[in-house]
Design a protein around this ligand. Structure first.
Ligand code: SF4
Length: 223
Protein backbone atom coordinates (compact mmCIF):
# COMPACT_ATOMS: atom_id res chain seq x y z
CA UNK A 1 0.00 0.00 0.00
CA UNK A 2 1.25 3.47 -0.91
CA UNK A 3 0.46 5.86 1.93
CA UNK A 4 0.58 9.59 1.26
CA UNK A 5 0.03 10.60 4.88
CA UNK A 6 -1.57 9.78 8.22
CA UNK A 7 -3.79 11.90 10.46
CA UNK A 8 -3.20 10.42 13.90
CA UNK A 9 -6.44 11.59 15.50
CA UNK A 10 -9.86 12.67 14.27
CA UNK A 11 -13.31 12.99 15.80
CA UNK A 12 -14.97 13.80 12.47
CA UNK A 13 -14.14 11.09 9.97
CA UNK A 14 -15.94 8.06 11.42
CA UNK A 15 -19.38 8.77 12.92
CA UNK A 16 -19.26 8.81 16.71
CA UNK A 17 -15.82 7.22 16.99
CA UNK A 18 -12.28 8.37 17.67
CA UNK A 19 -10.28 7.50 14.60
CA UNK A 20 -7.03 7.85 12.70
CA UNK A 21 -7.02 8.46 8.95
CA UNK A 22 -4.70 6.86 6.44
CA UNK A 23 -4.50 8.80 3.18
CA UNK A 24 -3.80 6.35 0.36
CA UNK A 25 -1.68 7.67 -2.49
CA UNK A 26 -3.28 8.09 -5.92
CA UNK A 27 -6.69 8.94 -7.40
CA UNK A 28 -7.84 8.77 -11.03
CA UNK A 29 -10.36 11.58 -10.53
CA UNK A 30 -9.42 15.26 -10.74
CA UNK A 31 -12.19 17.08 -8.88
CA UNK A 32 -11.57 20.81 -9.14
CA UNK A 33 -12.21 21.35 -5.43
CA UNK A 34 -10.00 18.48 -4.20
CA UNK A 35 -8.49 19.25 -0.79
CA UNK A 36 -5.82 16.57 -1.07
CA UNK A 37 -3.97 17.35 -4.33
CA UNK A 38 -0.72 15.94 -2.94
CA UNK A 39 -2.32 12.49 -2.77
CA UNK A 40 -3.59 12.34 -6.38
CA UNK A 41 -0.47 11.25 -8.27
CA UNK A 42 -0.77 7.48 -8.79
CA UNK A 43 2.92 7.20 -9.72
CA UNK A 44 4.19 8.81 -6.50
CA UNK A 45 5.75 6.46 -3.97
CA UNK A 46 3.95 7.76 -0.88
CA UNK A 47 5.47 9.24 2.24
CA UNK A 48 4.75 6.73 4.98
CA UNK A 49 6.03 3.17 5.14
CA UNK A 50 3.22 0.63 5.65
CA UNK A 51 5.15 -1.17 8.40
CA UNK A 52 5.68 2.11 10.27
CA UNK A 53 1.94 2.82 10.00
CA UNK A 54 1.04 -0.61 11.38
CA UNK A 55 3.52 -0.17 14.24
CA UNK A 56 1.90 3.19 15.02
CA UNK A 57 -1.51 1.52 15.11
CA UNK A 58 -0.28 -1.02 17.65
CA UNK A 59 0.42 1.89 20.00
CA UNK A 60 -3.19 3.13 19.50
CA UNK A 61 -4.98 -0.11 20.47
CA UNK A 62 -7.72 0.72 23.00
CA UNK A 63 -7.01 4.45 22.51
CA UNK A 64 -8.63 4.76 19.06
CA UNK A 65 -11.81 3.00 17.94
CA UNK A 66 -11.63 3.17 14.14
CA UNK A 67 -9.18 3.51 11.28
CA UNK A 68 -10.46 5.26 8.16
CA UNK A 69 -8.94 4.57 4.75
CA UNK A 70 -9.16 7.77 2.74
CA UNK A 71 -7.10 9.41 0.04
CA UNK A 72 -6.62 9.81 -2.79
CA UNK A 73 -8.72 6.77 -3.60
CA UNK A 74 -8.15 3.75 -1.33
CA UNK A 75 -9.80 1.36 -3.81
CA UNK A 76 -6.78 1.76 -6.12
CA UNK A 77 -4.50 -0.05 -3.66
CA UNK A 78 -4.10 -3.71 -4.71
CA UNK A 79 -3.37 -4.89 -1.14
CA UNK A 80 -6.26 -2.95 0.44
CA UNK A 81 -8.12 -6.11 1.61
CA UNK A 82 -5.02 -7.58 3.27
CA UNK A 83 -4.10 -4.31 5.00
CA UNK A 84 -7.68 -3.81 6.22
CA UNK A 85 -7.76 -7.36 7.60
CA UNK A 86 -4.49 -6.75 9.46
CA UNK A 87 -5.82 -3.50 10.92
CA UNK A 88 -9.09 -5.17 11.89
CA UNK A 89 -7.17 -7.86 13.83
CA UNK A 90 -5.89 -5.06 16.08
CA UNK A 91 -9.52 -4.53 17.11
CA UNK A 92 -10.31 -1.36 15.17
CA UNK A 93 -13.46 -0.66 13.22
CA UNK A 94 -12.68 -0.09 9.54
CA UNK A 95 -13.95 2.99 7.70
CA UNK A 96 -13.64 3.81 4.01
CA UNK A 97 -13.96 7.14 2.22
CA UNK A 98 -14.43 6.50 -1.48
CA UNK A 99 -15.67 7.84 -4.78
CA UNK A 100 -16.41 4.25 -5.84
CA UNK A 101 -14.18 4.39 -8.88
CA UNK A 102 -13.07 0.71 -8.61
CA UNK A 103 -16.25 -1.36 -8.10
CA UNK A 104 -14.48 -4.74 -8.08
CA UNK A 105 -12.19 -3.67 -5.24
CA UNK A 106 -15.15 -2.28 -3.32
CA UNK A 107 -16.77 -5.70 -3.65
CA UNK A 108 -13.61 -7.31 -2.26
CA UNK A 109 -13.60 -5.19 0.91
CA UNK A 110 -17.33 -5.00 1.67
CA UNK A 111 -17.13 -7.96 4.04
CA UNK A 112 -14.29 -6.30 5.99
CA UNK A 113 -15.40 -2.70 6.39
CA UNK A 114 -17.80 -1.38 9.03
CA UNK A 115 -18.73 2.02 7.59
CA UNK A 116 -18.43 3.80 4.23
CA UNK A 117 -18.53 7.51 3.44
CA UNK A 118 -19.56 7.37 -0.24
CA UNK A 119 -19.06 10.51 -2.34
CA UNK A 120 -21.70 11.07 -4.98
CA UNK A 121 -20.24 13.78 -7.16
CA UNK A 122 -23.35 14.71 -9.19
CA UNK A 123 -25.89 12.93 -11.41
CA UNK A 124 -24.17 9.88 -12.88
CA UNK A 125 -24.39 11.06 -16.49
CA UNK A 126 -22.66 14.34 -15.60
CA UNK A 127 -19.92 12.94 -13.34
CA UNK A 128 -17.16 13.92 -15.74
CA UNK A 129 -18.05 17.61 -15.22
CA UNK A 130 -16.85 17.25 -11.62
CA UNK A 131 -14.27 14.45 -11.75
CA UNK A 132 -12.89 15.13 -15.26
CA UNK A 133 -12.76 11.33 -15.68
CA UNK A 134 -15.14 10.17 -18.47
CA UNK A 135 -16.10 6.75 -17.05
CA UNK A 136 -16.40 7.81 -13.42
CA UNK A 137 -20.22 8.03 -13.32
CA UNK A 138 -20.73 4.48 -14.60
CA UNK A 139 -18.17 3.16 -12.10
CA UNK A 140 -19.65 5.09 -9.17
CA UNK A 141 -23.18 3.87 -9.91
CA UNK A 142 -21.92 0.29 -10.07
CA UNK A 143 -20.15 0.71 -6.73
CA UNK A 144 -23.13 2.32 -5.05
CA UNK A 145 -25.33 -0.59 -6.13
CA UNK A 146 -22.79 -3.03 -4.66
CA UNK A 147 -22.72 -1.05 -1.42
CA UNK A 148 -26.52 -1.08 -1.21
CA UNK A 149 -26.56 -4.86 -1.64
CA UNK A 150 -24.20 -5.31 1.31
CA UNK A 151 -24.91 -5.19 5.01
CA UNK A 152 -22.63 -2.21 5.76
CA UNK A 153 -23.42 1.12 7.40
CA UNK A 154 -22.81 4.06 5.11
CA UNK A 155 -23.37 7.73 4.42
CA UNK A 156 -23.84 9.27 0.98
CA UNK A 157 -22.60 12.82 0.60
CA UNK A 158 -22.09 15.37 -2.13
CA UNK A 159 -19.79 18.37 -2.17
CA UNK A 160 -21.83 21.24 -3.57
CA UNK A 161 -19.56 22.67 -6.23
CA UNK A 162 -22.40 24.49 -7.98
CA UNK A 163 -20.08 25.74 -10.71
CA UNK A 164 -20.27 22.20 -12.13
CA UNK A 165 -23.46 20.79 -10.60
CA UNK A 166 -26.79 22.01 -12.00
CA UNK A 167 -30.04 22.21 -10.07
CA UNK A 168 -31.38 19.37 -12.23
CA UNK A 169 -28.43 17.16 -11.23
CA UNK A 170 -29.35 17.62 -7.57
CA UNK A 171 -32.96 16.58 -8.21
CA UNK A 172 -31.83 13.54 -10.19
CA UNK A 173 -29.53 12.40 -7.40
CA UNK A 174 -32.26 13.00 -4.81
CA UNK A 175 -34.74 10.91 -6.85
CA UNK A 176 -32.17 8.18 -7.40
CA UNK A 177 -31.39 7.94 -3.67
CA UNK A 178 -35.07 7.91 -2.76
CA UNK A 179 -35.73 5.12 -5.25
CA UNK A 180 -32.90 3.13 -3.67
CA UNK A 181 -34.48 3.52 -0.25
CA UNK A 182 -31.74 5.77 1.14
CA UNK A 183 -33.09 7.92 3.94
CA UNK A 184 -30.55 10.75 4.23
CA UNK A 185 -28.24 12.73 1.94
CA UNK A 186 -25.43 14.86 3.32
CA UNK A 187 -24.79 18.05 1.33
CA UNK A 188 -21.34 19.45 2.06
CA UNK A 189 -20.38 23.07 1.56
CA UNK A 190 -17.65 23.40 -1.08
CA UNK A 191 -14.58 25.32 0.06
CA UNK A 192 -11.90 26.22 -2.46
CA UNK A 193 -8.42 26.70 -1.06
CA UNK A 194 -5.68 28.64 -2.80
CA UNK A 195 -2.82 31.00 -1.98
CA UNK A 196 -5.29 33.87 -1.42
CA UNK A 197 -7.11 31.89 1.30
CA UNK A 198 -10.41 30.01 1.40
CA UNK A 199 -13.41 30.73 -0.78
CA UNK A 200 -16.87 29.25 -0.16
CA UNK A 201 -19.08 28.29 -3.10
CA UNK A 202 -22.59 29.52 -2.15
CA UNK A 203 -25.07 26.80 -1.20
CA UNK A 204 -28.24 26.27 -3.26
CA UNK A 205 -31.03 28.69 -2.35
CA UNK A 206 -33.87 27.68 -0.04
CA UNK A 207 -36.25 26.94 -2.93
CA UNK A 208 -33.87 24.29 -4.29
CA UNK A 209 -33.20 22.78 -0.86
CA UNK A 210 -36.95 22.59 -0.19
CA UNK A 211 -37.50 20.85 -3.53
CA UNK A 212 -34.77 18.31 -2.73
CA UNK A 213 -36.25 17.73 0.72
CA UNK A 214 -39.47 16.55 -0.93
CA UNK A 215 -37.53 13.47 -2.04
CA UNK A 216 -35.07 12.85 0.77
CA UNK A 217 -34.03 14.16 4.16
CA UNK A 218 -30.92 16.34 3.85
CA UNK A 219 -28.17 17.40 6.23
CA UNK A 220 -26.21 20.50 5.32
CA UNK A 221 -22.61 20.12 6.48
CA UNK A 222 -20.47 23.22 6.79
CA UNK A 223 -16.74 23.17 7.53
S1 SF4 B 1 -12.23 11.79 -5.74
FE1 SF4 B 1 -11.60 12.77 -3.81
S2 SF4 B 1 -9.36 12.53 -3.74
FE2 SF4 B 1 -10.00 12.12 -5.85
S3 SF4 B 1 -9.81 14.11 -6.90
FE3 SF4 B 1 -11.93 13.95 -6.19
S4 SF4 B 1 -11.96 14.97 -4.19
FE4 SF4 B 1 -9.78 14.51 -4.69
Amino acid sequence: MKIGGVLKFSTLDYPGKLSAIVFCQGCPNRCIYCHNPDFLDTTAAGNVDLQDFLEFLETRIEKLEAIVFSGGEPLLQPDLPEVMKTVKKFGFLIGLHTSGVVPDMLQDVLNIIDWVGFDIKTSFQNYHKVTRLPSSGILAEKSLNKLLSANVNFEVRTTLDLRNIEEQDLYEVAKFLKNKGIKKWVLQECILRNNDGNFKIPLPDQRVLSNIAQYISIEIRRE
